[in-house]
Ligand binder design. Sequence first.
Ligand SMILES: [Zn+2]
Length: 201
Amino acid sequence: MAKKKVQKKKATKAKKKSSPSDISLSLGRNVWPAERDVLFRPDRLKYVRKLLKPEGCVFCRAASEPPSFETLCVHQTEHSMIVLNKFPYNSGHLLILPRRHVGDLLALSKEEYADLSELIREAMSALQEFYQPGGMNVGLNHGAAAGAGIPQHLHYHLIPRWAGDLNFFPLIAETKVVVETLEQTWDRLRSRFQGEARRTK
Ligand SMILES: [Zn+2]
């Protein structure tokens, strides 16, 4: 009898070790799904760290100024714009989004939605021309529960893909190696859209 009691005591002690509060603490660490380090060049690490501290809505800021590398915006139409993803999965990872601060696709006017949809196709055409990918991921994480990094300002992801481009490095180091710098991507796409604007005028 006495032996049984001791065993029971040990069991309660073990249970206490992994209390629910410990579990929620460890889960709370990575709540920002789109945020992760991107190693372009080791000497740029300081710059990458700076990018991890956005102030206000970065997309609204990009919408309110002319396209620049500072805001990563490469092109603007009347209602929509193309912005480079600061944390790309691959070279040429773009975000296509409305200029208006809106997180709900159903809240867009017909004009805004049509403009946005057309810009997705224009961005696809630009990526096809520059990167000749084997395929592309075109997707929208609608709302925080669906994994949107900035759920208040909706944005489509456009990611060029090549067969076999899934490497194991992000899994072991939480860092993705991207072959092109953000500056190079911005320069290429900006000059293309500027050229297009000149052609259509
Ligand atoms: Zn916004």
